[in-house]
Design a protein around this ligand. Structure first.
Ligand code: AMP
Length: 472
């Protein structure tokens, strides 16, 4: 017997909200929405463990809008539109994304919905706040700037939401959050969402939520979505860039991959890797914390429109990016924090769509990989990455070449390896084949030849560069 499909009408939401989400194509609630919506509507404090992509924004967004809807009005007076719902997010991208959703959910109501975050001019935000915003999404620092300049007061807040609370702690926002919470009325509803339930998060929940908050968990704690196929390759450090180029250029069936988010651990790698990919003829761009908001938005829009096919990102920059049904996420670097793995691969397989998460690992990553396995309670089965490179003409002409010693002629199961042509160990790293100059912009794709077949001499020892000793 099949269970009848649930619909949003079961929650008793206002017809204007139902009509808005129906226009967005939401048919049935996701598991987190099914659990969270009735609880939030009942007014209790909620602690939600939900990874990105589960539909958590609507899980809290729809019921909080419903709760403040009775006070919605069309008066022109700012006093009639105080902040009643406050959503705090760690990054501007997430703030933007949450706000975008809330604007849509409330589009058929008179509720005023807005967002403030740092990195952009304060003036337009100030004007918007002075006119009155009932549902405000904000990053903590910029919100405090507005509080200080008296463009907003928080004394009428009825519901506060901490979204991606774990990330806010990681980013050192605890003092700012405490200051903001002290400005809110004591009687209010508090909701907290986090991808992971670490001891620090539990401690924050203890201070921030009512004594026994309702707990909503949709998947196992710290789990990754079942819809994401996780592939782990083991290879040598010096092969990572060529391996990435090979994966991007040939995918699984020979076709180039599109709409790929590539994660790296450092801004400098981000810039350089994007440049190297461009030189290999791949439409790539970088998104990292040093880019202005306008640059990030432009890169994201180009990625969404397909103009840019590969976006290389650091964790901070990628936080909160909402790109529908992203098919592939590649971890070029194994994240230092195991939790970041969950966040990174949460970019794919969203809301039930199928996704693939590929991670490149080297011997030096074994501890980080074990930490991820421990966190997600899953053992990876790393595959040896087979780099296929064209033989160099001079080797072919000479009629012989040597495999580097670490490449055996048999694979780990004793089978003969296919002849892969020249297995020329990359003595240089294509990312670092040109000395870095601060402030440089990615070079245009002037060298269409894949990096894998280039024969330039090493300019910098790879180990020195990848080993972390190199600073901007
Ligand atoms: P979130 O986890 O809130 O970032 O949501 C992930 C994505 O799923 C967003 O693009 C949402 O618009 C979408 N989404 C959320 N709820 C639903 C739903 N019930 N049906 C279809 N899509 C949804």
């Amino acid at each position: 017997m099949t269970k009848a499909q649930k619909t949003f009408s079961q929650f008793g939401l206002d017809p204007r909200i139902l009509s808005a989400i129906s226009a967005m194509g939401y048919v049935s609630p996701t598991p987190i929405q099914e659990k969270a919506i009735p609880l939030v509507l009942s007014g209790v404090d909620v602690m939600g463990a939900a990874q990105t992509g589960t539909g958590k924004t609507a899980g809290y967004g729809l019921p909080v809008l419903q709760r403040v809807l009775p006070q919605a009005n069309t008066s022109a007076s700012p006093a009639r539109h105080p902040v009643r719902v406050l959503v705090l997010t760690p990054t501007r991208e997430l703030a933007d994304q949450v706000n975008e959703n809330l604007v849509k959910y409330a589009s058929e109501t008179p509720l005023r919905v807005g967002v403030v975050y740092g990195g952009v001019d304060m003036k337009p935000q100030t004007e918007q706040l002075r006119r009155g915003v009932e549902v405000l999404t904000a990053t903590p620092g910029r919100l405090l700037d507005h509080v200080e300049s008296k463009s907003v007061t928080l004394s009428r807040v009825e519901v506060v939401v901490l979204d991606e609370a774990d990330r806010m702690l990681d980013m050192g926002f605890l003092p700012d959050i405490s200051r903001i919470l002290n400005l809110l009325p004591k009687t209010r509803q508090s909701l907290m969402f986090s991808a992971t339930f670490s001891p620090e998060i539990k401690k924050l929940a203890k201070n921030f939520l009512a004594d026994s908050p309702a707990i909503v968990e949709v998947a196992r704690q710290n789990s990754t979505a079942d819809t994401v196929e996780q592939i782990v390759y083991s290879l040598h450090d010096s092969e990572k860039t060529d391996a990435l180029i090979q994966i991007l250029q040939t995918g699984e069936d020979g076709d180039p991959l599109k709409q790929v988010l590539v994660f790296v651990n450092a801004k400098i790698t981000c810039r350089r890797l994007a440049r190297t990919l461009q030189r290999s003829g791949i439409k790539a761009d970088a998104i990292h914390g040093d880019k202005t908001q306008d640059e990030r938005t432009a890169a994201l829009n180009a990625f969404k429109s397909g103009e840019c096919e590969v976006l290389v990102a650091t964790d901070v920059a990628a936080r909160g990016l909402d790109i529908a049904e992203l098919p592939t996420v590649i971890n070029y670097d194994v994240p230092f924090q195991a939790e970041d793995y969950v966040h990174r691969i949460g970019r794919t397989g969203r809301a039930g769509a199928k996704g693939k998460a590929i991670m490149l690992t080297t011997g030096a990553d074994s501890r980080s990989v074990s930490a991820i396995e421990h966190l997600i309670r899953k053992k990876f089965e790393p595959q040896v990455f087979e780099l296929v490179r064209k033989p160099r003409r001079e080797d072919r002409d000479r009629g012989s070449f040597r495999h580097p010693s670490r490449f055996r002629d048999e694979d780990h199961e004793g089978r003969s390896k296919p002849d892969l042509g020249e297995f020329r160990r990359v003595a240089y790293d294509p990312i670092f084949d040109k000395p870095y100059e601060p402030g440089e912009s990615p070079a245009p794709a002037r060298d269409p030849q894949p990096a894998a077949v280039r024969t330039s001499k090493p300019k910098r020892p790879v180990a020195a560069l990848l080993g972390g000793g190199f600073r901007k």
